[in-house]
Design a protein around this ligand. Structure first.
Ligand code: GDP
Length: 216
């Protein structure tokens, strides 16, 4: 499904939401460390190197808010960011396909993610990032989508780095993905297209998030 033309009011709400402060709040390494579920929360997930930190930084207009998976630190924690002084939690969920850790660490991390996705009442949507150059899903994407379908957590696919791929190929990838999503219970039908580098799709993604925040 191609995105509907953006609603000007939603675009403005998105602009305003992300024009405010954006601050790192805390890194959560176990369920007991989660902050109270007292506001709308959206989460960003995707394989290492998919362009997740670049996208979060583009959304918030802060060059170094989220750290790349290529940098050390914060890679085994759910990273909580406060957006617009209490309006929203944006959660960076790192670590998929991250090879440089032991099996025991990976198992503990997977367990935390599963519990988080299953039991977070204020989590309104997970944005699952897919590198446009890959043109489709990887095994880890299927794993997390299975989990979210099971937990009935709505997720939306966001293609990243679309500036690196010819427009026609991006459209083809988006159509293919949208087709696959029809068989999945908790998937949002619209596939978003973004480039953190060029700023493409960023106002639309902000608008989508602001709409969720307004719904409470
Ligand atoms: P993360 O590991 O998912 O946080 O990925 P990063 O945000 O660190 O990005 C991984 C690599 O992709 C870096 O070299 C980025 O410069 C590059 N990258 C990220 N977003 C874009 C984009 O929109 N366009 C292009 N051309 N490169 C990007």
């Amino acid at each position: 499904m191609t995105p509907a033309p953006p609603d000007p009011d939603a675009l403005e709400a998105g602009r305003l939401l992300f024009a405010g402060k954006a601050e790192f709040v805390l890194g959560v390494a176990s369920l007991s460390g989660l902050p109270p579920s007292d506001r709308t929360e959206v989460c960003f997930a995707g394989r290492s190197n998919v362009g997740k930190s670049s996208l979060i930084n583009a959304l918030t207009g802060r060059a170094k808010l989220a750290r790349s998976s290529a940098e050390p630190g914060r890679t085994r924690e759910l990273n909580y960011f406060d957006i617009g002084e209490g309006q929203l939690y944006l959660v960076d969920l790192p670590g998929f396909g991250y090879a440089k850790v032991s099996k025991t660490q990976t198992a503990a991390w997977t367990k935390l993610i599963k519990s988080y996705l299953r039991g977070r009442p204020s989590l309104r949507r997970v944005f699952l990032l897919v590198d446009a150059r890959r043109g489709g899903f990887m095994d880890t994407d299927h794993e997390i989508m299975d989990l979210m379908d099971g937990a009935a957590v709505t997720y939306q696919i966001v293609l990243t780095k679309v500036d690196k791929v010819p427009k026609a190929d991006v459209e083809k990838a988006a159509e293919k993905i949208a087709g696959l999503l029809k068989k999945r219970g908790a998937a949002h039908p619209v596939v978003l297209q973004t480039s953190a580098e060029k700023g493409w799709g960023i106002p639309e993604l902000r608008a989508e998030i602001a709409t969720l925040a307004a719904q409470g």
